[in-house]
Design a binder for this molecule. Structure first.
Ligand code: AAL
Length: 401
């Protein structure tokens, strides 16, 4: 009887210690799900001593490398080559109309003064006091700047201070530009919204929406009057401060507007800035766009770079957060999982939407546009290419003598 009692006590103690261990260690890992070949592939020979890393590797399963790529960046020619004193940044996707490529982008001139002085009259960011311009090209390398596409609104309008970071969607014979908007004065705490313009020609003229099509959540509360974006009584939703980088994709008979949210009281997480993506869905291109209750749909990222693939949506996540430098895919446009972890990617990618994006998962990333900082004040548009990496070879291996 005493022996039985002892055994019971031991079992109880074991149970308590197991419960005390941290949650991650109590993962759903079950060694019975794996066979000898799984262990051999990963080079794990002692099945009785599995590190957390080995358990994670086993749980990934045999993920293919078809989403794993590397990027290179090069200069453009013609009007989009670097020009002193001019900001050209955040290129849209590239579309092809009548054998010509088109791109839209943010453009302004002159240096940035920042927030230290007279924000009513100075330029606070390189993307302040901007308009949306466009350019065309026969080969995607030499570009001709065609002129202004969408300008700032009149004084008092929601977009009177800056219109910038534009994306393009082609749908049913129409062209739609979605972009960020700021109303003056451009203070640190100013809210950023999303506007839309449409035309039946890529050369315009463009009709602008009277109101923004997307706004930040209004459930955050600033603390105090000082222009400090990190000081809050309540942070509110992930997009309580800014909705940025809009990109509309026709998907499953609806229109999915992907965007980056910035939160009031943004923090630095263990992966960097607390930046996440959301999606708002509409029945028609002009909206109304309703934010998904599943937002945020990423825990990382910066500019939006999404494309349809294999009945779902793929997303390149860069720059910020613990899952930066990953490519993810979702069967429903909302629930994304990691498909590859890459070295990094050029920023503010403008995808080549004329590519056959179904050919392989990353075909749409073979070439496109990006921007680069020449200095804090001036950015310019460049070209990227990417290639799949399937093997790793030392110099000379395989070459005949
Ligand atoms: C970009 C985008 C948004 C930001 C700024 C201009 O790359 O994420 O547009 O506001 O930087």
């Amino acid at each position: 009887m005493k022996r039985l009692l002892n055994l019971l006590l031991i079992a109880l103690f074991a149970g308590v210690t197991a419960c005390n261990c941290n949650k991650e260690n109590q993962s759903d890992f079950d060694i019975r799900n794996y066979n000898d070949a799984d262990f051999d592939r990963l080079g794990i020979s002692d099945k009785n001593h599995l590190s957390e890393a080995s358990k994670r590797a086993l749980k990934w399963g045999k993920m293919s490398n078809e989403w794993f790529i590397e990027f290179e960046v090069s200069d453009l020619k013609g009007d989009l080559a670097y020009e002193e004193g001019v900001v050209r940044r955040d290129p849209s996707a590239v579309i092809k109309v009548n054998d010509k490529y088109y791109v839209w982008y943010t453009k302004s001139t002159g240096p940035t003064q920042g927030f230290g002085g007279d924000v009513e009259n100075e330029k606070v960011f390189p993307w302040d006091r901007c308009d949306i311009w466009y350019a065309t090209s026969k080969d995607g390398i030499t570009w001709k700047e065609e002129g202004l596409a969408v300008g700032r609104g009149p004084k008092g309008a929601y977009d009177d201070r800056s219109v910038f970071t534009v994306e393009v969607m082609q749908w049913d014979g129409m062209y739609y530009l979605s972009y960020q908007t700021v109303k003056s004065p451009y203070t640190v705490r100013v809210k950023n919204q999303v506007g839309l313009a449409w035309s039946n020609s890529p050369d315009g003229p463009w009709v602008k929406s009277e109101k923004p099509i997307l706004s930040p959540a209004d459930n955050g509360v600033w603390k105090g009057e000082e222009q400090d974006r990190f000081s809050v009584l309540k942070k509110g939703d992930f997009d309580s401060h800014k909705v940025h980088d809009p990109c509309i994709i026709p998907f499953n008979g609806k229109f999915y507007l992907y965007y980056k949210g910035e939160q009031m009281g943004e923090e630095i997480t263990f992966g960097g800035r607390q930046i996440r993506h959301g999606v708002a869905i509409a029945d028609k291109p002009k909206g109304p766009y309703v934010k998904s209750p599943y937002n945020p749909i990423s825990n990382s990222g910066h500019e939006i770079c999404v494309w349809p693939y294999n009945g779902g949506i793929a997303s390149l996540i860069t720059t910020d957060g613990p899952e930066k430098n990953t490519i993810q895919w979702s069967p429903d446009g909302i629930n994304f999982s990691i498909k590859s972890v890459i070295k990094g990617a050029p920023h503010a990618i403008g995808l080549n939407r004329s590519a056959d994006s179904e050919k392989e998962p990353t075909e749409i990333l073979r070439w496109g546009l990006t921007h680069e900082y020449k200095s804090y004040d001036y950015q310019y548009i460049r070209r990227f290419t990417s290639r799949r990496i399937v093997a790793h070879k030392a110099k000379g291996v395989g070459l005949k003598k």
